[in-house]
Design a protein around this ligand. Structure first.
Ligand SMILES: Cc1ncc(COP(=O)(O)O)c(C=O)c1O
Length: 400
């Protein structure tokens, strides 16, 4: 093998910690350990039957399903996305202002690729989704991380104003958020829109958990004013709302020149997302899944089991988030305590100990820019949630 010198840009990124920890928990299970992995970011429900049938019908009909589509998506899918944005979010995008990609992650990647040059600053409220800073680093940008843990995991206007410099290109918004599940109110978002109004900063609003709101309402940042609309790229997808994580369809709406640039990039990278998945998405986007109310009811039950159980655990504090399927408890009181021979020095060690000694998988808060916290996903069966909470409580009671 010739001497290997990987490109500098890959040296700036780390593999996804969430995916790595999920794989680790799965490996322990495969070895016969009774691990409950609360690590993954996907619903445990099946894709609705109507959507599966749409894919089967498309395959049986042959024709376009076998073929490439335009790189930014089939015209009828882009139209369905534009209709969805209008119906659900009050956003008036034309089909040319929207595009379809291989998951919302891919849309975010395209947005950052299209906007961020070397040295540009991108404001990222922490705790953040693990991929945001990595993507910014990949393109030579500088993540400017703003801690929101003392303001209820909500970015305040004041904190945003302080973080903006002449180099700021973009701010990343994510409500309901991963990892905290926090839903940002209309007023909180309006205050941010008011700050951006006098700047040249763009906003990426990642609304992938839109349909999983239990308390409060989902508000699309771009719907707040004409000014917000003109500076925002709204990203969403079918993964979480329709239990379609494996289908890899996300979509974005935004100013035409930005969508066109993202389309050009995509035309030289992945080309179109899989045609069969686009055709199934047409059925998905016709409306909310009939299963959604049941899914939400289940998620609320599980959320409450997690939150109540964690708050009854020695040294743990947990907010009750209004959306998504994560809780993000504060484990900082555990730091420095011992479990037998082990000192819990940081959240990585807490997660390692919970995984190997309590057989519960969680993701360290440091991965999301919030050391001392842990993310648990409650997209798991009620039984497993109950067992996981009991195990965490028992582990907590053994600390000295
Ligand atoms: C905040 C956030 N954005 C985007 C994504 C990716 O969604 P997709 O599966 O559509 O790529 C995730 C998935 O975990 C997420 O948590």
């Amino acid at each position: 093998m010739p001497e290997l010198k990987l490109a500098a840009r890959v040296g700036r990124i780390q593999p996804s910690a969430t995916l790595a920890l999920t794989a680790r928990a799965k490996a322990l299970r495969a070895e016969g350990q009774d691990v409950i992995a609360l690590t993954a970011g996907e619903p445990d429900f099946e894709t609705p039957i109507a959507i599966r049938n749409a894919a089967i019908d498309a395959l049986k009909a042959r024709g376009i399903v076998d073929r490439y589509t335009p790189a930014s998506g089939l015209p009828q899918v882009r139209k369905a996305v534009a209709d969805k944005f209008k119906r659900d979010n009050g956003l008036d995008y034309t089909p040319e202002q929207v595009m379809v990609s291989c998951g919302a992650k891919h849309n975010c990647f395209n947005v950052i690729a299209a906007l961020v040059d070397d040295g540009d600053e991108v404001i990222i409220p922490a705790p953040y989704w693990v991929s945001y800073p990595e993507m910014v680093n990949f393109f030579g940008g500088r993540p400017v991380v703003v801690d929101t843990s003392s303001t209820g995991f909500v970015l305040t206007a004041d904190a945003l104003k302080k973080a903006i410099t002449p180099k700021t290109k973009l701010v990343l918004l994510n409500s309901p958020g991963n990892p905290t599940g926090t839903v940002w109110s209309r007023e909180a978002q309006q205050a941010l829109a008011d700050v951006l109004k006098d700047t040249s900063v763009y906003a990426l609003s990642d609304e992938i958990y839109e349909k999983l709101v239990y308390d409060g309402e989902h508000v699309s940042f771009a719907s707040l004013s004409q000014d917000a609309f003109e500076r925002t790229i709204t990203v969403n997808g079918v993964a979480k709302a329709y239990a379609m994580t494996g289908w890899r369809i996300g979509y974005a709406g935004g100013p035409m020149p930005i969508i066109a640039a993202m389309g050009a990039l995509q035309s030289h990278s992945t080309s179109n997302p899989a045609t069969v998945a686009q055709l199934a998405t047409l059925t998905a986007l016709a409306g909310d899944p009939v299963e959604l109310p049941t899914w939400k009811k289940n998620f609320v039950t599980r959320r409450d089991m997690m939150v109540d159980g964690l708050n009854a655990t020695t040294g743990v504090k947990c907010d009750r988030p209004g959306g998504a399927f994560y809780v993000f408890p504060d484990f900082r009181e555990w730091l420095g305590k011992r479990h037998g021979d082990l000192v819990l020095k940081d959240d990585a060690i807490i997660c390692e100990a919970l995984l190997t000694r309590a057989l519960v998988g969680g993701v360290p808060g440091s991965e999301f820019g919030a050391p001392g916290f842990v993310r648990f996903s409650y997209a798991e069966s009620d039984d497993n949630i109950r067992k996981a909470v009991e195990r965490i409580q028992k582990f907590g009671s053994e600390l000295t």
